[in-house]
Write a protein that binds this ligand. Structure first.
Ligand SMILES: Cc1ncc(COP(=O)(O)O)c(C=O)c1O
Length: 438
C-alpha cells in the first residue's frame, strides 16, 4: 500500500509553528491544543488518514460522520475534476446550473417524490435553520401566525447557529449563549439500548406520552417538532426503538404540526439505509441533509419539503411571500457533482447487501478488539437494513461507523489502542468541549 512521502522535518516544524501562531480550531480548547502534540494530516486513502511523516491513522469518526466511500475515492475524484472543468461555482440566487437540478431530482427520489422541493445550503446547521424558518414563515403565510413554537427532544444537537442552538440541548457547548436563544419546549428521549440486533432495554411510552401532552396542550401555538431520528449522534449515540419516529410523525400529523427530521448525521448509509425516513416509512414535512450528502468531499446541504408547503410561498414579490434566505455557496456545483456520484455508488451498495456484509465484519472485529477495553463504556449497534434488503444491522461503537469505508484489513483483535491519536481515542470517550464528538 503506498504511503505519503515523509516531509522534511524542518517543513513540518514550520507548519506546526504556523498552526500554533495563526490557527484557531473549532470546538477546541486552544491552550490544551497548543500544549499537546499536534497532528497534521496531509493525505487520505480509503479509511486512513496519513500524517506528514507517512504514519497512518484510522479515520474512526469518518471525518465527523461525513465520509461515505473513503478518502481519495477515484469515482468521486473524477466527478469533482469533470465538474471543475465546467464551472466551479454559480450562485443559485435567481440563477441555476444543471447539476443542482439533477441532484434535486435525485434527492426527490429519496422520498418517492413526496418531498420534491429541494432548498440547497452548505452545512448541517443551515439545513436545519432553513427548515425552521420555512416552517415559521409557512404558518404566517397560511394565516396561522400564532403557530411559532418548537418542540425538540431532550439531548438534541442540531447545529451551532442561533436557531439551531435554541432548539438543541442547552449543553456545555451552547449554555453560554442562553440569553440570546429563543425558548423551545422539550420532551424526554425514549430509553433504548441495542447492540447487533439484541435489544437490552426499550421503552418509548414516557417519551411519546410527554410529546402527546405537549401537542394536546400547545398544538395551536406550535410550528414544528424537530427530531434527530433513530440516533442522537452528539448526545452520545442515544438510540430510539424502531417505530418511534413513525409514532412521532403520527402525533405531529394528528395535531397539525410540522415534523422536521434532522438527518444531517443519519443520512446516506449511516444507519443502513439512505435515510431513517425510508427505514421507518415516514414522510416528514422537512428533511434536512448534509454531512454525507457530498460524501465528505465538500460542504453541501439540502432541506427537502413538500409541494404544498412550497406552494404557500408563491406570489408576486409585492406580496412578501418570498423566502429570503440563501448562502453564497448554496448548492455549489462541485459539491452537487460529487453528491450525485456518491449516490450512484451508494444506492446499489445498500441494495445489494454489500454495506451490510462489511458492517457485519466490522461489528465482529470491533467487538473483538474493544469489548472489555477500559475506555469503552458500552458497545452499541444501531442500524437496520434498508427496507428493501434483508441485510443484517450495521454496527457502531459509540458513534456509527462508515461501513462502506472498509477496504484494508482491520488490526488484529487485542490491538493496543492506548497510544492512538485523539481521532481514534475519541471513539471511546464521552463528548466534551475539548473532545467534541459532533
Ligand atoms: C444531527 C445534526 N444536525 C446538525 C448538525 C450540524 O451540522 P454542521 O456541523 O454541518 O453545521 C450536526 C453536526 O454534527 C448533527 O449531527
Amino acid at each position: 500500500m503506498p504511503t505519503a512521502p515523509a516531509a522534511h522535518p524542518s517543513a513540518l516544524d514550520a507548519l506546526d509553528a504556523a498552526d500554533r501562531r495563526f490557527g484557531w480550531h473549532p470546538f477546541t480548547q486552544m491552550r490544551e491544543y497548543q500544549d499537546n502534540p499536534r497532528l497534521h494530516l496531509v493525505r487520505g486513502e480509503g479509511n486512513w488518514l496519513i500524517d506528514w511523516e507517512g504514519k497512518r491513522y484510522l479515520d474512526g469518526n469518518a471525518s465527523v460522520w461525513t465520509n461515505v466511500h473513503g478518502h481519495n475515492d477515484p469515482d468521486l475524484n473524477r466527478a469533482l475534476r469533470e465538474q471543475a472543468e465546467q464551472v466551479a461555482h454559480v450562485t443559485l440566487l435567481g440563477l441555476n446550473h444543471p447539476v443542482a437540478t439533477e441532484l434535486a431530482e435525485d434527492l426527490a427520489g429519496l422520498t418517492g417524490g413526496a418531498l420534491p422541493r429541494c432548498f440547497f445550503s452548505d452545512n448541517g446547521s443551515n439545513a436545519v435553520e432553513v427548515a425552521l424558518k420555512l416552517s415559521f414563515q409557512y404558518w404566517q403565510l397560511v394565516g396561522q401566525p400564532a403557530k411559532r413554537g418548537v418542540i425538540s427532544m431532550a439531548g438534541a444537537y442540531h447545529g451551532d447557529t442561533f436557531g439551531t442552538m435554541a432548539v438543541g440541548a442547552r449543553s456545555e457547548f451552547h449554555r453560554r449563549f442562553n440569553p440570546w436563544l429563543f425558548a423551545a419546549q422539550t420532551f424526554p428521549a425514549p430509553t433504548h439500548s441495542e447492540c447487533a440486533g439484541k435489544v437490552a432495554r426499550s421503552d418509548a411510552t414516557e417519551s411519546l406520552a410527554a410529546l402527546q401532552a405537549l401537542l394536546d396542550r400547545d398544538a395551536a401555538t406550535t410550528a414544528c417538532v424537530i427530531l434527530e431520528p433513530r440516533v442522537q449522534g452528539s448526545a452520545g449515540m442515544v438510540q430510539q426503538p424502531a417505530g418511534f419516529v413513525r409514532a412521532v410523525a403520527d402525533l405531529c400529523r394528528a395535531h397539525g404540526v410540522h415534523l422536521i427530521l434532522d438527518e444531517v448525521f443519519t443520512g446516506f448509509g449511516r444507519v443502513g439505509a439512505l435515510t431513517v425516513a425510508e427505514l421507518e416509512g415516514v414522510i416528514p414535512d422537512f428533511l434536512c441533509l448534509a454531512k454525507g450528502l457530498a460524501a465528505g468531499y465538500l460542504p453541501l446541504a439540502a432541506t427537502l419539503t413538500s409541494e404544498s408547503i412550497y406552494a404557500a410561498f408563491l406570489g408576486k414579490s409585492s406580496e412578501e411571500r418570498t423566502f429570503f434566505h440563501g448562502h453564497t455557496f448554496s448548492g455549489n456545483p462541485l459539491g452537487c457533482a460529487v453528491a450525485r456520484a456518491s449516490l450512484r455508488k451508494l444506492k446499489p451498495m445498500l441494495a445489494s447487501g454489500q454495506v451490510a456484509a462489511r458492517a457485519q465484519l466490522l461489528g465482529q472485529e470491533m467487538q473483538a478488539a474493544f469489548a472489555g477495553h477500559p475506555h469503552v463504556r458500552t458497545f452499541r449497534s444501531s442500524a437496520s437494513p434498508a427496507r428493501s434488503s434483508s441485510s443484517p444491522p450495521m454496527p457502531t461503537v459509540g458513534r456509527p461507523i462508515p461501513a462502506p469505508v472498509i477496504r484494508s484489513p482491520l488490526p488484529p483483535a487485542g490491538t493496543d489502542w492506548s497510544s492512538a491519536p485523539s481521532a481514534i481515542r475519541s471513539c471511546s470517550s464521552r463528548p466534551s468541549p475539548s473532545n467534541p464528538t459532533k
